[in-house]
Ligand binder design. Structure first.
Ligand code: SF4
Ligand code: SF4
Length: 358
């Protein structure tokens, strides 16, 4: 048995104790414990485990430590909590000292170990995309971060986003090829993550970057306070989007990404943009906006607890018919596509609404 004391437990004692002494008011909110019914996987169970093990009052082994990785960062518990307790922040912060003790899940260490090769692939992909898009789209204009979630997994969406941004700013954008550090932060390598986001910030030459993926925007904010979402740029230009012709069976249902909705409060902006392009409001999940369920895509859960992530996606998809979906984050796009859903990114509709594609 490892007896230890995690300094972060003292620094976060107020938030941890709120959960420890709480009658689990957010119990039904956590998609992890809903997908994998187990009391220790509720926000209360995870926070209590970190609290007692971090104070040396309970055994700490890899299984207990893994509870800190059983969180997608969906913010549903915070939304439900009377104290707005930042459970996701505390659990992700706990990953650092646990990783330093070698207690992290092996899939999480693999993320850090493979970081260099992922970043090299990202640079290569951005260089090739810049070449393909040409000087009308890529040049010396405002910096744009497409992110590895889009560039390495949904290159067609990344390319469309660059074209949308260039059209809206009225000239070429410069594509950033660095990493925001989100995977490292989620793997418990806070120092590595901070280094990467600072390095990326230094390549912006003092200009506020446009950011496509809300996860990248969240990671960059400590290093760069003035990041701007492509979504916000599009919304400021709402009048420029024109309606497209669409068959009733093609009308998509909008999934609220957790970090965009509960994280940044962007509920109406994507709906108004879709409404403008579709000529009518998108369909809704019964559980939408602040009550939307997580797709199971965040916080490294798809690699650390793949079956749980799959169940979460299936539970979300079961709330809709088999018609098309639209989302606005690379992780949920990947997760839903992997589960066989017909899903597009908001950017695909923005490109259509600007007449860039048919
Ligand atoms: S997040 Fe809030 S509601 Fe949930 S267990 Fe902690 S204190 Fe209670
Ligand atoms: S942030 Fe989401 S996944 Fe994490 S503990 Fe809270 S409800 Fe569960």
């Amino acid at each position: 048995m490892t007896r230890l004391s995690l300094p972060m437990v003292e620094q976060r004692s107020s938030q941890l104790e709120k959960c420890v002494y709480c009658p689990k008011l957010c119990r039904a909110a956590c998609p992890i414990s809903n997908a994998e019914p187990n009391e220790t996987l509720t926000p209360w169970g995870k926070m209590s485990s970190v609290y007692f093990a971090g104070r040396g009052l309970a055994p700490l082994d890899a299984e207990t430590a893994s509870l800190a990785w059983a969180c997608t960062g969906c913010l549903a518990c915070k939304e439900r909590c009377d104290h707005k307790n930042p459970v996701a922040d505390v659990l992700s912060e706990a990953r650092g000292p646990l990783a330093e003790l070698g207690l992290q899940p092996k899939e999480s260490s693999a993320i850090v170990a493979r970081g260099e090769s992922r970043r090299l692939r990202l640079k290569q992909a951005v260089a090739e995309l810049s070449q393909e898009l040409g000087p009308a789209v890529v040049g010396d204009g405002p910096p744009l971060l497409l992110g590895c979630g889009y560039t390495l997994k949904h290159l067609e969406v990344a390319g469309l986003a660059a074209r949308v941004a260039a059209k809206l700013v009225g000239g070429p954008v410069s594509l950033l090829d660095g990493c925001c550090g989100y995977p490292e932060r989620m793997a418990g390598d806070a120092a590595g993550s901070a280094h990467l986001s600072k390095e990326l910030a230094s390549t912006c030459s003092g200009r506020a970057p446009l950011v496509l993926d809300v996860g990248c925007a969240q990671s960059l904010r400590p290093a760069l306070s003035d990041v701007r979402l492509v979504l916000d740029l599009a919304f400021e230009n709402l009048d420029r989007f024109k309606p497209i012709a669409i068959e009733p069976s093609e009308l998509p249902r909008y999934h609220d990404p957790c970090l965009l909705g509960r994280g940044l409060g962007r509920y109406e902006e994507p709906r108004r943009l879709l409404g403008k392009v579709l000529g009518q409001a998108p369909l809704e999940f019964h559980r939408n906006r602040a009550a939307a369920d997580c797709s199971g895509a965040g916080g490294l859960v798809p690699v650390v607890r793949p079956e749980t992530s799959k169940t979460m996606a299936e539970q979300r998809l079961a709330q809709a018919d088999s018609g098309p979906l639209v989302t606005a984050c690379a992780s949920s796009l990947t997760r839903f596509r992997r589960s066989g859903a017909k899903v597009d990114d908001l950017v695909v509709f923005l490109a259509k609404g600007l007449g860039l594609t048919s």
